[in-house]
Design a protein around this ligand. Structure first.
Ligand SMILES: Cc1cc2nc3c(=O)[nH]c(=O)nc-3n(C[C@H](O)[C@H](O)[C@H](O)COP(=O)(O)OP(=O)(O)OC[C@H]3O[C@@H](n4cnc5c(N)ncnc54)[C@H](O)[C@@H]3O)c2cc1C
Length: 822
């Protein structure tokens, strides 16, 4: 009997593990019942009753028409009643973009072979030349203090250079005079600029992200494209895109800005047009824009365009010199001096031709915006955050080696090392995510969920990195001035957190909310069958999706349990994977099965209420995100296979697994149905929670990479602008190299002082004393002197007159932009 029980459980577990079709289950149950009735010696009546029951259930399960009539059509009827109606804007947001690796992670069995087979994204020779030429030159031209403090804008020659070299037309194809760059190149340019000047990076980033050019490329009429794209590519037009209204920020679909279709006079002729009224704020490049991309809700009360009154959100291109357009005033976003400000208009008449895509696209603005955002969100903010993290790794590592306290470079003090190691490892994972996500866009994907993950986690990690870096810099990071290279970045970090979907909303509403519908293999099919289909078509589609869905839940639950019991020993590893990281694939596969199971049970238990339970859905989103970040990290390592980088991979993946585990733990602790929570915990963590935070020893290895000049540090910060001149960061680079070269000399001096051979009296030149006593050579003394001079420059902070020079500057040329803005 024990053998029979064990064999039965094993057989059922195997069927569930491999997701066997219902026929196999029927055969297995049939065989078991036959055997039981044989050995149990049932009478004829019992046998016949059992057989009839079995055949009845088997027929219902295996004959689709019968199954639909008895089971799925009833479920469909209930599902239709409880499934909340979706607004058109919600539907368009859900439908936007494509799914890619997120679908694998949602499936519970990611196909690692498929991921590793994706070619590592590469820049073309032309793109690399642009990075090494104009981008390098632009970085060298930018002096952040001058831009941010003295001019409060980019200097005119920098603006001109940006326009002349085509920076504003990176995404515009060559046929229209643009650079026609890949997403990877676009990202590499923004990243490099972000390591030098936030104002330059943002000014370049915005025309290349969601705005007139991108909307025209996807939806513009030929006439609109032929006229505007060449002008945008050459910087003859400065674009901005105005969606946000004081009343509608995150809930952008509710903008109260409106247009009314009417007849009017345009250039002396009567034409069909719209009278548009709007009030926008926070619009980047708005104050200097010549072309305003404007989103508003269009109404047609006189039915001049058709039979609908409320046509919906509409996007138009409005030249800013149009009479009635109020533009030009500035906001001051956390002292970031990129151009940003409000604009408005009241009853401004404009022809219908100004609608992007022409009158056929009246009312389709939200679909257009969501479609563009699905891919665009993958580039700008994730990329600028990676740029920030690379600069922080390089500069903070250097500073921690140059700055000493307690007679030790601070980077060697464990507390500082902990923060520095974190910065370095985050940077590796962030860059891996940037490259994988931009690579997906270049493959033709518009990865709506993955771009939201990249946006949220890259900007949040940048915030963690800058907080750590500020702590390591101490007062040096706090006192602003030309000698402070991180204070402005720290100040401006919340900007990236807020724009293109503020982070709280992105985490708690979008990542899992959209993922659960889009990336889940069956949920969207079930919803479409229920809401968009009728009759036999709905019945067949719903039946197929639902039965597959049930099999999917059983399979993932079983896999989660078996992986949990075996420490993921049987989970898949891709062919040709590097043995040193093979176990991580198994762990992420285990996590994927657990997540898929948990997600389904959560949806079942909470239904539509899950959308409002943002704490739960935020944590489910965290698990999905951690799997994506870990996948990107593993892929990056496989594409490069450089063993020196292993500590960064190990720290990051372990951290991701641990964070995912914490998120699952919190979901289970707060799960509304306690019995289900207990069942889920036994299934997902049958032997307790398996993942631990990264080890201190690993953290030390990561910090060492940031503290040591060489290939690993250069690789970690690859693509950033490495200053070569004599500005603050240029001096820092030199001081860093000099500090390391002088370490043996410092050691000799330390020993000499300790043994009393020289006396380190206040103000004494111990190098000179050591040289005079023959403890170091003259050459060593000169090397040490140079290092000391550089070190003193590095630790220097700026000071200003009592009134910060305001009275002296009032009449001076530099204050004009400030006065104008005020
Ligand atoms: C510097 C800067 C540049 C910008 N550039 C542009 C531009 O060029 N064009 C443009 O149109 N707009 C632009 N914006 C606007 C930007 O997109 C909005 O600021 C953003 O959408 C958030 O809106 P809000 O600031 O009104 O915040 P709110 O909408 O008031 O949100 C406040 C907080 O509530 C959270 N929240 C809101 N709803 C939910 C929810 N359902 N669940 C959970 N949390 C929620 C948000 O995450 C946020 O944390 C810019 C903003 C800034 C600051």
């Amino acid at each position: 009997m024990i053998t029979l029980i064990v064999a039965t459980i094993a057989a059922f577990l195997l069927l569930a593990y491999f997701g066997a079709p219902v026929l196999w289950w029927t055969i297995a149950v049939g065989a078991l019942l036959s055997y039981l009735s044989l050995i149990a010696g049932f009478g004829a009546v019992t046998k016949t009753t059992l057989a009839i029951l079995f055949l009845g259930v088997a027929a219902v399960l295996n004959i689709p028409a019968l199954r639909r009539a008895v089971f799925t059509d009833r479920v469909l009827a209930v599902y239709r009643r409880i499934l909340p109606d979706m607004s058109q804007t919600e539907k368009e947001a859900i439908d936007a973009g494509t799914v890619w690796w997120d679908a694998d992670l949602f499936s519970g069995r990611p196909d690692w072979d498929k991921l590793l087979a994706v070619r590592a994204p590469r820049l073309s020779a032309e793109e690399q030349a642009f990075l090494d030429g104009p981008v390098e030159e632009l970085c060298a031209m930018c002096n952040d203090w001058e831009i941010a403090h003295e001019l409060q804008d980019l200097p005119p020659h920098v603006w001109q250079f940006i326009k002349d070299k085509g920076f504003l037309g990176m995404i515009i194809p060559k046929q229209y005079g643009g650079l026609g760059f890949s997403a990877l190149a676009h990202s590499a340019v923004v990243m490099k600029l972000s390591t030098r000047s936030s104002a330059a990076a943002i000014s370049v980033m915005v025309p290349n992200s969601l705005g007139p050019a991108e909307l025209l490329l996807h939806y513009g009429t030929d006439e609109q494209k032929d006229y505007y794209l060449p002008r945008l590519a050459k910087g003859l037009e400065i674009p901005c895109f105005a969606l946000t209204n004081p009343e509608a920020g995150s809930d952008a679909a509710s903008i109260p800005d409106y247009g009314v279709v009417c007849k009017g006079t345009w250039q002396g002729k009567e034409v069909l047009g719209m009278r548009v009224t709007w009030d926008k704020r926070y619009i980047t490049l708005g104050p200097v824009a010549t072309l305003l991309g404007l989103a508003f809700r269009l109404y047609d009360p006189e039915r001049l365009l058709g039979d609908k009154e409320d046509l919906g959100i509409t996007c138009a291109l409005v030249p800013t010199n149009t009479p009635g357009v109020n533009i030009g005033r500035r906001h001051l976003p956390l002292h970031g001096v990129f151009q940003n400000g409000p604009n408005s208009g009241k009853d401004v008449f404009m022809p219908l031709d100004w609608i992007i895509g022409g009158r056929d696209y009246a009312g389709k603005g939200w679909m257009m915006l969501m479609g563009c955002l699905a891919a665009g969100r993958a580039i700008s903010l994730p990329t600028s955050s990676v740029g920030g993290a690379k600069a922080l790794t390089r500069f903070t590592g250097a500073y921690a080696r140059v700055r000493s306290q307690f007679k030790t470079p601070i980077g060697k003090l464990e507390g500082v090392e902990e923060a520095l190691g974190r910065i370095a490892a985050h940077t590796y994972m962030m860059d891996a995510t940037r490259i994988m996500t931009a690579g997906a866009v270049d493959l033709g994907e518009k990865p709506a969920v993955l771009s939201a993950i990249a946006k949220y986690h890259m900007t949040e990690r940048a915030r963690t990195c800058v907080n750590d870096a500020m702590d390591i810099h101490g007062g040096k990071g706090i006192c602003l001035g030309p000698n402070n290279w991180i204070g402005r970045g720290y100040e401006m970090t919340p900007i990236a957190i807020t724009v293109e979907g503020a982070n709280i909303l992105t985490r708690t509403l979008i990542i899992f909310g959209q993922g659960a519908i889009r990336a889940h293999p069956y949920v969207l099919r079930e919803m479409r069958a229920a809401k968009e289909m009728t009759g036999a078509e709905a019945s067949r589609e719903f039946d197929d999706a639902l039965t597959s869905h049930i099999g999917h839940v059983i399979r993932n639950g079983t896999r989660a349990l078996i992986y949990g019991l075996t420490h993921a020993a049987f989970a898949p590893v891709p062919r040709g994977a590097s043995p040193e990281i093979a176990h991580y694939y198994r762990h992420v596969s285990r996590l994927s099965a657990a997540f898929a199971f948990l997600a389904d049970v959560s949806m079942l238990a909470m239904g539509g209420a899950l959308k409002r339970k943002e704490k739960i859905s935020g944590r489910l989103g965290d698990v999905l995100s951690m799997m994506y970040l870990a996948s990107a990290t593993l892929k990056r390592y496989e594409d490069q296979r450089i063993k020196e980088d292993l500590p960064l991979v190990r720290w990051s993946v372990r951290d991701a697994l641990y964070n995912a585990q914490q998120a699952i733990d919190m979901v289970l602790s707060n799960f509304p149905v306690k019995a289900l929570a207990t069942f889920l915990r036994w299934t997902i963590f049958p032997l307790g929670t398996p993942w631990r935070p990264p080890l201190d020893s690993r953290n030390r290895e990561c910090a060492q990479i940031a503290l040591t000049p060489g290939a690993a540090r250069d690789r970690l910060t690859a693509g950033m602008y490495v200053p070569k001149g004599d500005d603050a960061t240029g001096i820092l680079e030199k001081a860093f190299v000099a500090a390391i070269a002088c370490e043996p000399i410092d050691e000799k001096l330390r020993k000499a002082v300790k043994k009393g051979k020289i006396v380190a009296a206040p103000g004494a030149d111990i190098g000179l004393l050591a040289m005079e006593k023959g403890l170091i050579t003259a050459e060593e003394y000169s090397q040490w002197q140079r290092k000391e001079a550089l070190r003193k420059q590095v630790i220097k902070v700026d000071d200003f007159p009592q009134d910060f020079g305001r009275s002296a500057l009032l009449d001076a040329e530099q204050t004009r932009p400030l006065v104008r803005a005020a």
